[in-house]
Design a protein. Structure first.
Length: 438
């Protein structure tokens, strides 16, 4: 059986990202299957590439990983969904093979995407256990798809979801089994451009941020890989690919639980790991020992979803920390020479302009390495719709003129392809935000 795996993501700002989730799913199938990865990231004409690939390979099954449904500024998802519709239509026109979709983007709004895209099957959440079961069902022409958990499918023209039938329960894979992504299928051009390899040390998130989809996608409890296995994978990849110059740990939060993160750092220190790496952290659990160990292990940058510099807003967002915690995090980063980048959400539900300005004041005074400002775009929930968004945008434009460390994707402030091309040509190592001061 021949299976074509498609990574349709073409987002390159600020960085093209290895399709790690799809590689994990490819790794879940044994080598008796004939597999190909069609990565569209660097294709100038992705639809023409698809037509050619289908005609040459003639797959029995097509599997598509949807990583993003929003654009890079999170201001719209219509463009990406229209793009996925064109991809599905192209496949349908040139192949009779069943189409399976999954990925974090699909898991956020599965039923709506099934209605829009009209694919044969959709898998929500982790697919490593589900995908092989589904492939066997399809290959034997079985039709009892309701016995497979977390599966959307069409039956008699209607969308069905297996869990709603009460025959299965949601399960998560055991990360201690050290299943690895099928990295041999990765396009080496990712490393030529960015030098960045992606590593996952856990799945799931214990935190309760009111807007976040991570717990829905990966589960509300952290499931941990062995620190020894994580470090081993990093050492192995650094030796296997000489164009890898840095790593990014893709966990929603690397430093939680703290003991797990500290043990990974200790393994890297023990083995004298020599390449820099960066990650996402939460101010909770980032103490002096954590900062010290991360720095010794090679961490050169951390990205922090602070979301606000106002305690009332932080409480409403259920962040679980205060501005004092953010200040302490910044102090430890400075102490151990770890560059810090904070993400700020402005215009969240119920947030006043006074609170927004106090947030901007806080980060202006903190002056971290970088501040990414995202303007909340859910108009059904945001304060006063476009009027407030326009006022917020105007305020940020004015204030960003004296804050060269601010990045505002929706306003193209320190966020455009020309700037990124320039930095790549000059050989700036990743992540690019650590060089804003230059």
């Amino acid at each position: 059986m021949k299976i074509a795996f498609i990574s349709p993501n073409q987002e390159k700002m600020p960085t093209p990202v290895v399709p790690l989730g799809l590689l994990y799913v490819m790794g879940s199938l044994d080598e008796t299957y004939d597999k190909e990865l069609w990565d569209l990231c660097f294709e100038e004409n992705p639809l023409a590439f698809l037509i050619k690939s289908i005609n040459v390979y003639n797959p029995d099954i097509v599997a598509i990983g949807i990583r993003n449904i929003h654009n890079n500024s999170y201001s719209s998802m219509d463009e990406n969904i229209d793009y996925y519709k064109r991809i599905i239509a192209t496949i349908r026109e040139h192949s009779q093979s069943p189409i399976i979709i999954g990925g974090s983007g699909f898991s956020v709004m599965p039923e709506k995407l099934m209605e829009i895209l009209k694919v044969d099957f959709g898998i929500i959440g982790e697919a490593e256990n589900i995908f092989p079961l589904l492939i066997r069902k399809i290959s034997t022409r079985a039709d009892d798809f309701e016995t497979i958990s977390n599966l959307y499918f069409f039956k008699n023209g209607e969308i069905k979801f297996s869990n709603s039938l009460g025959t299965v329960v949601r399960t998560f894979i055991d990360l201690h089994k050290n299943c690895l992504p099928a990295r041999k299928y990765t396009n080496p051009y990712y490393y030529t451009i960015t030098g960045t390899e992606s590593i996952q040390s856990k799945r799931g998130c214990n935190f309760k941020c009111c807007y976040c989809a991570y717990p829905r996608i990966e589960g509300p409890i952290s499931r941990l890989r062995s620190p020894v296995d994580v470090a081993k994978e990093m050492f192995t990849r650094a030796q296997e690919v000489d164009t890898i110059s840095n790593f990014f740990i893709v966990d929603s939060v690397f430093n939680w639980p703290p003991d797990h993160a500290k043990n990974i750092c200790k393994e890297l220190v023990r083995g004298h790991f020599h390449l820099p790496w960066s990650c996402y952290i939460n101010p909770r659990g980032f103490d002096e020992e954590m900062a010290c160990l991360m720095a010794k292990a090679g961490c050169n940058g951390v990205e922090i979803g602070a979301d606000s510099g106002n305690n009332s807003v932080l409480l409403r967002l259920r962040k679980g920390f205060t501005t004092d915690t953010i200040t302490t995090t910044h102090k430890f980063c400075e102490q151990f020479n770890i560059k810090d980048c904070y993400t700020l959400l402005v215009g969240t539900p119920g947030e006043s302009l006074e609170e927004i300005n106090s947030s901007l004041d806080f980060f202006e005074n903190l002056y971290p390495t970088a501040l990414i400002i995202m303007i909340w775009q859910d108009e059904s929930k945001s304060l006063n719709k476009n009027t407030v968004i326009n006022e917020i945008s105007h305020t940020i434009k004015i204030r960003s003129q004296k804050n060269p460390n601010w990045i505002v994707p929706s306003l193209n402030i320190n966020f455009n392809e020309k700037m990124f091309r320039f930095m790549r040509r000059r050989g700036y190592p990743y992540p690019l935000w650590i060089h804003l001061g230059k």
